[in-house]
Design a protein. Structure first.
Lengths: 514, 514
């Protein structure tokens, strides 16, 4: 490991102009513009490693490659064993400086190769632009120092989600090594291999390696940047809980003619129960639904008001005749806890429909949580609301005696879920991050108090007690999770600047814990 | 044909005691007790003809057998062509007497032979009792004049639904021929071959052969007798209409985190819409739902009050904690038009559930109609109710412009359906039928103004303008439509008396139409 550091310094130092030593961002720009082909080549090679979440041997090969990639830049690197998918940890820079922990994940979603426009999602293909815009295959890969058209796209599983940010961070270290710039902060890296399978081991890993992962700021580099391309910062992620409701009717479907006005219909009862949960504008009617929500600060509110929203354009794109939320913008609305009916089923629709009173009806809900919510509390509120509608709530399949003796019966089960994590924007560390993004000159930062989606921010905010921000770099039209996933190379190149700025942020260092 | 009549009279007349000539029921009892094995043999042979609805060549073979069976008894018989499944028509007796038209069907439901307890559902098997009660196979079929244990059951497709009533009617004619009893009324028979496929041609056949089918009473011999075994008469059948509701959300499912508080959820909207249609006790809230219903007569109401209901036993059997209908008995409730939610679906439940706002939600309803209702009017009331909930109702898939410009959009489609048919119990013809059933001595008749199920009674009441009654004979536990369909032979034997009594009913003869 030390050998590598010496080697890199030895070859890089002569090339570094003395002026750049003081400017990490300028060093990144200079290096990037001279090595575009090499940057694309490293991403291509990394994307050639099959990485479906849950395939342990493949995932471990990716982890070993990451250790090598970190060590190649002079970082200390190791694999943190979790019992399943390994977590890769790296560290570089002066420990006396403030510490920034970068999180990315190196696993990917499963693929259906038949629906891709290339033979193998792990044989990356370069195109002149997006397939939808008529992009054609670039037969010849660029040479290491060739300039690359920023509109070109690299197609492969995980091209955007989430290997590009990893390569951007690695190339950022190369740029500093080449310019003789010391990392502006003490940097740590944690690369997860189980994100697409639900980050089952991340919380436990954080608890186990708490000291190793200590930092003054956690930066999650994942997800798409704002459509405008302006540097974006999301200071929180929502939590989530999945709830399944099962309403019972007769023990078997009954002839709707002979029993239809007499045997209670569980599908209708479920509809009535669901209808009691939301008002006509989609407002949640469950009492106390927002009670635990930590109020947004003035700075949070201001950020939401300033957010460049495109709600009307999206309404038209999704062909919606109206939107919920009584006038709030989409980003204002997703700062609140949600109750979403994501699936509903009772017997058959379409040609299979038969004249029966159903025996059972099922609804699937997802509850998005905001800072202050816990899955337990939100589910408990929902359960009490259901009881107030006259239902007896059980957690297991009811036996015959329970069915016969309970006028209104619902089974409520829920998957564990996890809480939200959010760092208020008015904290100095958040302001330092925003300032750093502004310093890129790539546009006024788009700042959002909390992202609509869920993610394990709480691992950082709650378990590791770190300020947290998501800083994405990839294009919004990257087909994440779907076929023909891709990254626009201009976004990768700008991403090096954005993540470089984040790594250079002038954040306060927490006093050493006793 | 004449040859057969002569033959039958020649062999039968000597056996007939002169006293029986005046008593059709006594003639049936005497003949039946002496020919039990022969009766079972005719049913066995008829059940050996494959008869799945929709298989035209097989259905036609059944029709030809029926013509022969009718002619064998001295009835005039012919096939009425419908364009598809043929209808068999027969006629016997003195045309100057009142005319009774018996309806049965000779087609059967499809089978899954693997789930039957016998090799072939069209190779009838005799058992000592029901399979569930431990019945074992009777290896040796009884001889023609052997007495048969009434608990024995004959297992085959259509054993109950609906070939037993046909054989009972044929054997009734044999009994009268044997005893030298002339048919007490002018009898007509119409045997349908498309009932299990929805009686698509019956209405048109009735219109086409209106004169041939003219009668003073129509008796439908189908379905199970009351569990008590008492002779049962249902003076109406409900009509039906199927309705499909489709509520639209975004043009594709959206991420519930990013869009969940903003994009309207079509599953939740559908739930709210459905909840608006019924109250907590299952009462239909659609304005005017019962407006067109022809009120039940005092006699109808009395029959419902006297009906030997077993609602509490059924509640326990079906494991219901409560029933709908605010205290009405099941048979009182099914005399009203219904609105049944028979299926409901939006995206996924179970392991497939994903965190999405659904793009669409679908509900399937069946509306049961009572006398006075038409499918058109009930569907129109439902559509107006939906509009009053703020929805725009369309009949076709909406285009993008409609979606974008319509705040609340639902597609309502419906299948044609048909109206109910019912004959008020206080009519003299109905009273004559009840009196005839009482004369069997098999128990006080169970009288129901309308059956819960739907059926083409309207073909008789509306198209042919005939009083109508359903008189079933087979056991209620006959596994109709399912595997191991069977008939209890005691029910078949009693059925000869019951249908014989109906055929002998002292009904008024309508004045000849000009």
């Amino acid at each position: 490991m030390k050998r590598w550091i010496g080697y890199l310094w030895a070859v890089s130092a002569p090339a570094a102009a003395p002026l750049l030593a003081q400017d990490p961002l300028a060093a990144i720009r200079t290096y990037r513009d001279a090595h575009q082909g090499a940057i694309v080549a490293e991403l291509r090679d990394f994307l050639s490693l099959t990485n479906v979440a849950g395939n342990l041997p493949n995932i471990r090969r990716n982890a070993e490659a990451l250790v090598a990639m970190l060590e190649q830049r002079g970082a200390k690197a190791q694999i943190l064993e979790t019992g399943a998918e390994p977590v890769v940890f790296g560290e570089i820079g002066d420990p006396s400086k403030p510490t920034i922990l970068f999180y990315c994940h190196y696993d990917g979603q499963p693929v259906n190769p038949a629906s891709w426009q290339q033979t193998d999602p792990w044989q990356p293909v370069l195109r002149t632009k997006a397939i939808e815009a008529g992009g054609t295959v670039v037969a010849q890969w660029p040479g290491a120092s060739d300039t690359v058209n920023p509109d070109w796209r690299l197609y492969a599983r995980s091209a955007s989600d989430d290997k590009s940010p990893i390569v951007a961070l690695m190339q950022m270290l190369d740029a500093w090594n080449a310019a003789g710039v010391a990392p502006p902060n003490h940097l740590k890296f944690i690369f997860e291999g189980d994100e697409e399978a639900g980050s089952q081991y991340l919380a436990e890993t954080a608890r186990r390696y708490r000291d190793l992962l200590r930092a003054d700021l956690a930066v999650m580099a994942d997800g798409p940047i704002h459509e405008s391309g302006r540097p974006s910062a999301f200071f929180g992620l929502r939590g989530i809980a999945g709830v399944t409701l099962t309403v019972y009717g007769p023990i078997r479907p009954l002839h709707s003619g002979h029993y239809g006005n007499w045997a209670p219909n569980p599908a209708m009862r479920l509809a009535q129960l669901l209808a009691s949960m939301k008002g006509p504008s989609g407002e949640v009617l469950v009492p106390g639904w927002e009670d635990d929500m930590i109020p947004l600060s003035d700075a949070d509110q201001r950020a939401l008001a300033e957010f460049p929203h495109d709600d009307e354009q999206q309404r038209l794109q999704f062909q919606l005749g109206a939107v919920d939320g009584r006038g709030g913008t989409r980003h204002q609305l997703i700062a609140h806890p949600s109750l979403n009916l994501r699936g509903m089923r009772s017997l058959f629709v379409g040609p299979e429909a038969r004249t029966l009173v159903p025996d059972v009806a099922v609804a699937e809900l997802d509850l998005r949580l905001v800072a202050g919510n816990t899955p337990e509390r939100q589910v408990e509120k929902l359960g009490r609301h259901i009881e107030r509608q006259g239902y007896t709530v059980v957690r297991e399949d009811p036996d015959s005696a329970t069915r016969v003796n309970t006028p209104r019966l619902v089974k409520l089960t829920w998957s564990e879920g996890y809480p939200a994590g959010r760092t208020p924007i008015d904290q100095p560390v958040a302001q330092a991050v925003i300032e750093a993004l502004r310093s890129t000159g790539l546009g006024a930062p788009v700042v959002v108090p909390t992202m609509g989606g869920s993610g394990p921010a709480y691992v950082f905010t709650d378990i590791l007690q770190q300020p947290f921000v998501v800083i994405p770099i990839v294009n919004h039209d990257n087909n994440q999770h779907a076929e023909n996933e891709n990254v626009r190379l201009g976004h990768l190149f700008r991403g090096m600047e954005i993540l470089g700025a984040a790594a250079s942020a002038k954040i306060p260092k927490a006093p050493a814990t006793p």
